[in-house]
Design a protein around this ligand. Structure first.
Ligand SMILES: [Zn+2]
Length: 552
C-alpha cells in the first residue's frame, strides 16, 4: 500500500507534468491579431497569461480560467502615457476607456521629499500602473517662496504653489541653488523617474546654469530629465532653441532626456535632432499629444501680453479660451480674471490643425497626453458618471484612441501607431535601467501582461474641446499585470492591479553641493549664483526684458 502511494505521488510529480503540462492559464486571449512593435511580429495567435506574465503566444488551442474572445481585434501592448498629470481615482475609468495601462507624470512630477509617500498612497488603490518624476518647480517653490502646503504631493499642488511667483521669476543664490538640487536629489534617492522641469514657466528665474546642474544631477543617477522647454510655446526658432539647450546638456553629460510635447512650431527639426542623436547612441526621445491647442493656467508667464501678443503675434480673442465657459478672452477680460482666479484653466490654440496628422507620421515618437488634473476635485470619484465631469482639454480622455483613428484615416502603418502608444516610451525608459519598463510595451512571451485589445476599424476618440471628458470607443478589453481591468468596454474596480513604476530607493545620496572651491579646481567658471558663472557676478542681478534697466 505504502509503495503504491509513493509510486502514485511520483507519477504526479514527475511523469504527469512531463507528458501533460498544466495548460490552465489564468487568462487566455483567443484568435486576436497579436502585434509586437519590438520584433514587428503581427499574426493571429492565442495568448496565455499566468501570474501576471505572458506565458505563451501560440497557434495551438489553449484554455484558461477566464477567456477573452479577440477575433477581429488587435492585441497590443498596454498603452503607456508618459505625460499624465491626473493620477486619481476619478480619472482611471476614462484612462482605461482610452486603453492606458501605465500613467507617468514625468513633466511636473512630485515634490522630492514626498516621493515615497506619493507612491504609497497609490499602492492597492489604482487599477493602472503609476509613476512620477521629481518636480523642479516644487523644489523652487519651497526654497524661493517658502511654500510647504503639500496636499496632493504632485502636479495638482501647482494650483496653490503657482499663486506666488518666486518659483517662476527668482534667480537663486548659490546656497538656494544647492537647496533646490538637494530636494530634487532626495526624490531621486527615493526612486523617482528622473526630474521633471517646467522651465518654460520659469524662463526668467531659471538660468542656463541651473538647467545644466539639474541635468548633471539626473545624469548622476542615469535618469532622464523631462522638460517643458524654456521657450514653449514660442515660434519655430525659440522652440528649437529650447530643446537644443536640453539636448546639448544631455550630450555633454551623457544624461537621458525627454522632449515633452514638442508638437509645436519647429517640430520637424526637433524630430530630426532626436532621431539623429538616438542614432549616435544618446538616450533622448520625444512625445506629442495629438491636438493643436495646449492647456494651462491663465497666469502662465508666456500668456503675458509682452510674450503672447507682442513677441509671438497672437490675439487673445482667437487663441485663449476658457475651459469651463468656452469663451475666448480679451486682454481686458484676462486681466480681470487674473485678479479673481489667477490659475483658472484655459485652452491655448497654437498650431494649425493640419499639423496633427503630420505628428502622427513621425517615426519613433511616443504619446504623452498631458492630461490635466481636475482641480478642485471635490466630489469626483471612480463612480462619477462621465457626463458629470467638469470640462477639460480633450487630450485627457482621447489622446491614444485619437492617434489610432488618425493613423487609420491617413494610412499610417498600424504597427507604427501601436509603437507610439507603448513601446516608444517603454524602450528608452528601460534603456536607462528602469526594470519595470524593460518588460512592458512588448507582446512577447515572458513580458508583463499589460495588454490593450481594440477594434482597429472602429477605435476612436470622442472627446472634444466642448466636451473633454467623453470616453473613447472601440477599445474593448484591458489587462494590467495579468488582471482584467476592463471587459467589454466596462472598467472594473480592480484597484490591486496597478503596480508602481519606479527605481529602487537608494541608501546613499549621489549629490555633492556645489562650492566655489570644487568648481574652480575643475573649471574656471565661478558659480557665484545660478547665473552664467561669470566671475564676480552677484546673485539675483538678472534684469527681466520687461523691466526698465537702471542704466541709461
Ligand atoms: Zn507642459
Amino acid at each position: 500500500m505504502k509503495f503504491r502511494t509513493l509510486l502514485f505521488a511520483m507519477l504526479i510529480l514527475f511523469v504527469l507534468p512531463a507528458c501533460e503540462p498544466d495548460t490552465t492559464y489564468d487568462v487566455v486571449i483567443l484568435n486576436g491579431r497579436v502585434m509586437d512593435p519590438e520584433t514587428n511580429f503581427d499574426a493571429i495567435r492565442n495568448v496565455g497569461i499566468k501570474d501576471g506574465i505572458i506565458s505563451i503566444i501560440t497557434e495551438k488551442d489553449i484554455s484558461g480560467k477566464e477567456t477573452i474572445d479577440a477575433k477581429g481585434l488587435v492585441v497590443a501592448p498596454g498603452f503607456i502615457d508618459g505625460h499624465q498629470h491626473g493620477l486619481e481615482p476619478y480619472a482611471y475609468r476614462i484612462m482605461l476607456r482610452d486603453g492606458r495601462t501605465t500613467l507617468l507624470d514625468l513633466e511636473i512630477g512630485a515634490h522630492g521629499p514626498k516621493l515615497d509617500e506619493w507612491y504609497k498612497r497609490r499602492e492597492g488603490n489604482s487599477p493602472i500602473n503609476f509613476g512620477v518624476a521629481v518636480a523642479h518647480e516644487f523644489a523652487r517653490a519651497e526654497v524661493l517662496d517658502g511654500f510647504t502646503d503639500w496636499k496632493y504631493l504632485y502636479t495638482p499642488d501647482a494650483l496653490y504653489s503657482r499663486k506666488n511667483d518666486g518659483w517662476s521669476k527668482t534667480r537663486p543664490t548659490l546656497e538656494q541653488g544647492n537647496e533646490i538640487l538637494s530636494l530634487l536629489d532626495e526624490g531621486l534617492r527615493q526612486g523617482g523617474i528622473g526630474i521633471g522641469s517646467t522651465v518654460g514657466y520659469m524662463r526668467e528665474g531659471v538660468s542656463a546654469r541651473e538647467i545644466f546642474e539639474l541635468q548633471k544631477l539626473s545624469g548622476l543617477y542615469g535618469r532622464q530629465i523631462g522638460m517643458h522647454f524654456r521657450n514653449t510655446p514660442g515660434n519655430d526658432v525659440e522652440e528649437i532653441g529650447g530643446i537644443q539647450e536640453m539636448l546639448a546638456n544631455a550630450a555633454a553629460l551623457g544624461a537621458p532626456a525627454i522632449a515633452c510635447h514638442f508638437n509645436n512650431p519647429g517640430y520637424n527639426m526637433v524630430h530630426e535632432l532626436l532621431v539623429r542623436m538616438r542614432e549616435k547612441g544618446y538616450n533622448v526621445w520625444g512625445e506629442i499629444y495629438p491636438y493643436n491647442a495646449g492647456s494651462t493656467a491663465l497666469n502662465a508667464v508666456f500668456l503675458e501680453p509682452e510674450v503672447w501678443v507682442k513677441a509671438l503675434g497672437n490675439k487673445y480673442e482667437e487663441t485663449v479660451q476658457d475651459v469651463a465657459t468656452l469663451e475666448f478672452y480679451t486682454q481686458k477680460s484676462r486681466e480681470e480674471m487674473l485678479r479673481k482666479e489667477p490659475i483658472r484653466p484655459v485652452i491655448v490654440y497654437k498650431c494649425p490643425e493640419e499639423w496633427i496628422v503630420d505628428w502622427v507620421k513621425l517615426k519613433g515618437v511616443a504619446i504623452g497626453s498631458d492630461g490635466m488634473p481636475i482641480v478642485p476635485d471635490t466630489g469626483l470619484s471612480w463612480d462619477t458618471p462621465y457626463e458629470d465631469f467638469p470640462n477639460t482639454h480633450p487630450r485627457f480622455a482621447g489622446s491614444f484612441a485619437k492617434v489610432l483613428r488618425l493613423a487609420r484615416e491617413n494610412n499610417v502603418p498600424l504597427m507604427q501607431a501601436v509603437a507610439m502608444t507603448s513601446y516608444n516610451y517603454a524602450k528608452p525608459l528601460g534603456e536607462m535601467g528602469l526594470k519595470s519598463m524593460q518588460v512592458r510595451g512588448r507582446m512577447q512571451e515572458g513580458m508583463v501582461a499589460d495588454i490593450t485589445i481594440f477594434n482597429p476599424e472602429t477605435v476612436r476618440d470622442n472627446s472634444t474641446f466642448a466636451n473633454g471628458a467623453k470616453p473613447s470607443t472601440g477599445i474593448l478589453h484591458v489587462l494590467v499585470n495579468g488582471i482584467i481591468v476592463m471587459k467589454d468596454s466596462e472598467p472594473l474596480k480592480e484597484f490591486s492591479a496597478g503596480q508602481p513604476i519606479r527605481f529602487e530607493p537608494l541608501a546613499e545620496s549621489k549629490f555633492k553641493p556645489l562650492s566655489l572651491e570644487s568648481w574652480t579646481s575643475e573649471f574656471y567658471a565661478v558659480p557665484e549664483d545660478f547665473g552664467g558663472g561669470v566671475p564676480g557676478s552677484q546673485p539675483n542681478k538678472y534684469v527681466s526684458p520687461t523691466e526698465e534697466p537702471d542704466i541709461h
